[in-house]
Write a protein that binds this ligand. Structure first.
Ligand code: 5GP
Length: 210
């Protein structure tokens, strides 16, 4: 008898994008807290650390020279310039987890998503929209982490980020974080069940019909 081995599976790359302030980080945190089968890819960035952030947990905060060295030695799956700072997905953050059958959540922008799609066409892309631009600005201001100038520039960039919504597989409006979390989590669970991702089915069916 052939037993189904659900561990014989490569993890999937689960990309979450949105303009800054649309609630993506909250939703990512909720999913990571509720689901043991998915881990976060901690990006490297040259942007300065913010109050409340921890190096190695929120990002690997690196200098421009360190980022250059990572690029030169081919450590990134993708990287991009966002708001004047560089951000990149480190191969080592992703490869080990997916080889162990764990899914990986990537909080990256549209540029990184496009690059990643070239590297791995099997990625799942989810985009989170704010309910309105007024609400987006209100959320950015209530964070109190950025100066007015930074908020103005992020609002200007938000429209550009949103303009890429149609490049994603799933697009949700975040007017309620818990509802949006449920939708995103439903997508993750359904994507895991796709026949193409359940590699053990090949052996199982061979056992059934030879
Ligand atoms: P923040 O500075 O607010 O943490 O992030 C700014 C933007 O950079 C967010 O839209 C976030 O998704 C994006 N970002 C974070 N890490 C990466 C990464 O590794 N690659 C790319 N392409 N974008 C990233």
């Amino acid at each position: 008898m052939v037993t189904a081995n659900p561990l014989k599976r490569r993890g999937l790359l689960f990309v979450l994008s949105s303009p800054s302030g649309a609630g993506k980080s909250t939703i990512a945190r909720m999913i990571l807290g509720a689901d043991d089968g998915i881990g976060l890819s901690v990006s490297a960035t040259t942007r300065p650390i913010r109050a409340g952030e921890t190096d190695g947990m929120d990002y690997h905060f690196v200098t421009n020279d360190e980022f250059d060295a990572l690029v030169a030695s081919g450590e990134f799956l993708e990287w991009a310039n966002v708001f004047g700072h560089r951000y990149g997905t480190l191969k080592r953050e992703v490869v080990k987890q997916i080889e162990n059958g764990r899914d990986v959540l990537l909080d990256i922008d549209w540029q990184g998503t496009q690059q990643l799609k070239q590297v791995d066409p099997d990625i799942v892309r989810v985009f989170i929209l704010p309910p309105s631009m007024e609400e987006l600005e209100r959320r950015l201001r209530s964070r109190g982490t950025d100066s007015g100038t930074v908020i103005a520039s992020r609002m200007a960039r938000a429209a550009a980020e949103i303009s890429h919504w149609a490049e994603y597989d799933y697009v949700f409006i975040n007017d309620d974080a818990e509802h949006c979390r449920k939708l995103v989590h439903t997508v993750l669970k359904a994507e895991r069940l796709k026949a193409t991702r359940r590699i053990f089915l090949h052996d199982f069916v061979r056992g059934l019909i030879g």
